[in-house]
Structures are given as C-alpha cells and as structure tokens.
Design a protein around this ligand. Sequence first.
Ligand SMILES: [Zn+2]
Length: 235
Amino acid sequence: MDTEARLLIHPSDQPSPFTSTVTDVNEDWIRLASTEFYPTGGGQPHDTGSMSWNEGRCQVIDVKGRNEVLHQIEGELPVVGTIVDCSIDAPRRIRLAQMHTAQHLASALADEVWGAETVGNQIGIETTRIDLKFEDRDAFDPLDLIERINDEIRSNHAVRMDHRSLDNLRNDPNVRISLDRIPNVSSLRTIEIEDIDVCPCAGTHVGSTGEIPEVAFDASKSKGAGKLRVSYRFA
Ligand SMILES: [Zn+2]
C-alpha cells in the first residue's frame, strides 16, 4: 500500500512541493512511495502537476486509484528508484477544494431545510452538480439553497479535520449522509464545518468557508421520481 500523505494534510488548498521515490513504472503510469496528489474519487477530479529530477522533467496528467495511487506521466519517464520533486497545480487544486467544500454546505443545507439526501455529486472546475432525492421535490427552491450556501460562506465557519470511529459518527446528529456503506475501519478521516456538517471524506477542502467564492445557480433538471440534479458555479 502506498502512503497517501495527502490524507493527513488539511486545509489542502495550498499544496506544497514534496519529494518522493518512484517505486513502479508501467508504461506511462508510475507509483510513488508516498504521494500528495489527489486521485479521482468521491466525485472529485484528480490533481495535475509535474515531477522533476536531475535533468529530467515530466507532467502529471492523470491520477487514479486508492491504496495504490497511479500517476499518468507525459514527457520523460523516471526509472524505479528515482527521487522526484513533485509539484501540484495549485490553481486547479484551490478551485476544486473550494467547489468541494461548497458541496458539503449544499448537501448539508438541502438535508437541513428540505430533508434531501445527496445521492451523487460531480465536482468540477466550472460547475459542480449534486443529485438530491426529496420526499417532496416540489417544496424545494434551488435559489433559496444558493442563498443559504452564500450565507454560510459569508459567516466564515472553520472547516476542520479529525479522525473518528464509525460509532462516534453514528451518534453525531450533524452527520447527514448514510453511513451504511462506510467501511468500519478504526479511524475515519472526518471533515467538520462547525455545527453545519460532519462527514467522513477523503477530498480536499479549504480551511474556512469564507475562502469559498460566493456561488450562483447554474441549472436544475429532473433525474427521475423525487430526484433533482442541481448545479452551481462561482458568481
Ligand atoms: Zn469533502
């Protein structure tokens, strides 16, 4: 198993350069002993960036996998054992961390106000979409949701990370999501936005909601009985 050093880092919207060792090369995909690159998962797209060593340099164009994180390389390939200096594309990381943290607010507020369950999401650079399942879809007002998200952005709540047990999360009323499919490991990386939301999450987040630009409504469309796909962008 690779070390996903990124999981210990929060907030993670200002990625620092890091150094690691190449442990495997398979065509244009490489593994590192330890990585801070975010692999696609949880509805959030991967990081991009670069690696350099002695006279060599390459771009990281895709990152995937859990436990075994693979980095797709464009340019020169380092050989196994090479110590590489890694740099993550910061503007992309910042944008995705802002969009992702806004999604926590959106899901929590949709649950709080309309009893909606988030059944899917796709974080994007330009727009982010959330699939919401309602008891009474007609009662929902997407513009009201957007205004509530912006209220919480302006309130500048702290976004904190800790590690909790599944039992601890089951007893916390601020946990909005179903924990049925969460693995019962001894410690779950948990993201808490003051008294708004508590959620086991491996994604990247800003350190306070005031670092998120205000959001604007983008679109909503039906996704079947009781479900709506709502998307937002930055205003
Ligand atoms: Zn998250």
